[in-house]
Design a protein around this ligand. Structure first.
Ligand code: GLU
Ligand code: MG
Length: 428
C-alpha cells in the first residue's frame, strides 16, 4: 500500500461518512482491533449537531472494526496525498456487534433473507448536479464532453476502485449527471453506494467543481434520485423473480416480496427519503415516485419492473428485476437495503399478491393508488405508527433515527423551499 494514512469509517444516519485516520504503519492493529468511536456520534444530524434526546449522552465507547473486503485506495493527485478507506462495523470493546450500527442492521436482514433461502443482488443508481457546467442540451454529446476531463476521470477512478461502473450520462437537469454500477451482492452494493458518493465528491473537490447529490437543488428543478435496482436469487445463485406467464412476468415470490414493500411504503419512505428536502422531490410527474404502486416499465411507480433486453437470445430470467425509486442520497444505503429486504420478507410471509399495473396503465387508472407521505413529518408519523417496521429496529437505532430527523426538521423550520434546498445541497 502506498498511502500514508488509512481512514476507518462508518456511514451514519445522516448518510455522512465519518471516522478516523491512522498512520499506515498502524494498519495491522487497526484491522485487528479497530479504532475508537463514540456511541453519541450516531446522533449527529446532517447539519453537524448532536440531536437532543438521543440515548447515549457523554458516556460509552465503541470500536470501528474495518471490513478488510471494503479497502478502497484513493490515489495521490498532485499535492493531495492518497489514502485508503475502510468501511467498518461498529462493535463494543469485545468486538460484539453494536445494536446502533446501521451496517449490522443490514447484515442481520441479509442473514434472515438467507435463512429464507434467498440472496439479493442490487445496484444503487445515482444522480447528482455538477456545478460550473454550461447550459447544454440534456443527454447530449456536447454536454458530456463539456464535463471532461471529470467524467472520464470519474469512470476510471470507479473502475480502479473495483466499483464496476456501467453507464455515465448527462441527465435531464442542468449540470445533472447519472452514474450506474453493475449489480453486486447485497452488502457489497450498499458499501459501493457509500463509497461512490465519496469518490464523486472527492474528485470534484480536487477539480474545484461544486457537486451535490441533494434531492433537489431548486424546488422548480429536476430531482436527484437514488434508485435501488434489486433481484432475488436462490442459494445456488439461480434467479427466482421471472415467470413469463404471470402479470409483469413477476414470479409469485417476486410479487409477494414487492407487496411487502408497497404495504410498508409510507413508513419506508422515512428511511429511504429521510430529509425534509426529500419530499419536494417525491411528487408526481418528476419521474421520482408519483405514488405507491408496482408497474411494468413505469417511471412514476414506487416499484418499477425494469425492462429486460432480449437481443441475441439474452436470458430475461437473469435480468428481470425491480427498481425502488423513492430513495435519495440523504439516506444511508445500509438502512435503505435493510428495510427493503425486511419489507420484502414480510410480504413473503404474508403471501398477498399485489396488483402489477401493465405498461399501458393510464394516470386516471392509477388515481386510487395511495400516495407517499407529503412531507417528512408525515413520513415519520407513518414510521412510528407502523409497528411491523418499528419491530425490525433495535431501540437505540430507532429512537436515535427519530431524534436526528426531528432535529433536522427543527433546524430548517421556517425556511422557504428554495432556502431548504440550498441549505441541504451544501451538506450532500
Ligand atoms: N431524476 C429522476 C428522479 O428524481 C429520475 C429520472 C430517471 O433516471 O428515471 O428520481
Ligand atoms: Mg436518471
Amino acid at each position: 500500500m502506498t498511502s500514508e494514512t488509512v481512514f476507518v469509517a462508518t456511514c451514519d444516519l445522516a448518510a455522512q461518512l465519518r471516522g478516523r485516520a491512522v498512520p499506515a504503519a498502524r494498519l495491522d492493529p487497526a484491522l485487528k482491533t479497530g479504532v475508537g468511536w463514540v456511541p453519541a456520534d450516531l446522533a449527529l444530524n446532517c447539519f453537524g449537531a448532536l440531536a437532543p434526546g438521543h440515548l447515549f449522552g457523554a458516556v460509552g465507547d465503541l470500536r470501528l472494526l474495518p471490513d478488510p473486503a471494503t479497502a478502497l485506495d484513493i490515489g495521490e493527485d498532485g499535492d493531495v496525498p492518497g489514502t485508503r478507506v475502510y468501511l467498518a462495523d461498529q462493535t463494543d470493546l469485545y468486538g460484539r456487534p453494536w445494536a446502533g450500527c446501521p451496517r449490522n442492521f443490514l447484515s442481520r436482514a441479509l442473514d434472515d433473507l438467507r435463512a429464507a433461502g434467498l440472496r439479493i443482488h442490487a445496484s444503487f443508481e445515482h444522480e447528482f448536479m455538477l456545478g460550473g457546467q454550461p447550459n447544454l442540451p440534456p443527454f447530449s454529446f456536447q454536454r458530456l464532453r463539456a464535463a471532461e476531463p471529470f467524467g472520464t476521470e470519474l469512470v476510471t477512478v470507479l473502475a480502479e476502485a473495483g466499483l464496476e461502473p456501467e453507464c455515465w450520462l448527462p441527465e435531464y437537469g442542468t449540470g445533472q449527471f447519472e452514474i450506474t454500477l453493475r449489480p453486486a451482492p447485497g452488502m457489497v452494493s450498499a458499501d459501493r453506494a457509500i463509497l461512490l458518493r465519496e469518490l464523486v465528491r472527492d474528485l470534484a473537490r480536487r477539480r474545484g467543481l461544486p457537486v451535490t447529490f441533494v434531492p433537489l437543488t431548486d424546488p422548480a428543478g429536476v430531482g436527484n434520485g437514488v434508485h435501488v435496482h434489486f433481484s432475488l436469487r436462490d442459494t445456488e445463485g439461480r434467479p427466482v423473480m421471472y415467470d413469463p406467464d404471470a402479470p409483469g412476468r413477476l414470479s409469485s415470490l417476486a410479487a409477494r416480496f414487492a407487496g411487502g414493500i408497497l404495504r410498508h411504503a409510507r413508513a419506508l419512505a422515512a428511511i429511504t427519503a429521510p430529509n425534509p428536502a426529500s419530499y419536494l422531490r417525491l411528487t408526481p410527474h418528476r419521474w421520482s415516485a408519483g405514488g405507491i404502486f408496482l408497474a411494468e416499465r413505469n417511471r412514476e411507480a414506487l416499484l418499477r419492473v425494469a425492462p429486460t433486453v432480449e437481443i441475441g437470445d439474452a436470458d430475461p430470467a437473469a435480468q428481470l428485476h425491480l427498481e425502488y425509486r423513492a430513495a435519495d442520497a440523504t439516506a444511508n444505503p445500509w438502512l435503505v437495503l435493510a428495510v427493503l429486504v425486511r419489507a420484502g420478507l414480510a410480504g413473503l410471509a404474508d403471501g398477498e399478491l399485489p396488483r402489477v399495473w401493465p405498461e399501458t396503465v393510464t394516470e386516471s387508472e392509477l388515481a386510487a393508488e395511495p400516495s407517499l407521505p407529503g412531507d417528512l413529518t408525515e413520513a415519520l408519523a407513518a414510521l412510528e405508527a407502523d409497528t411491523v417496521v418499528r419491530g425490525w429496529f433495535p431501540e437505540e437505532l430507532f429512537s436515535t433515527f427519530l431524534a436526528v430527523r426531528r432535529a433536522e426538521l427543527e433546524t430548517v423550520a421556517g425556511l422557504s423551499d428554495v432556502e431548504l434546498c440550498e441549505k441541504v445541497a451544501c451538506v450532500y
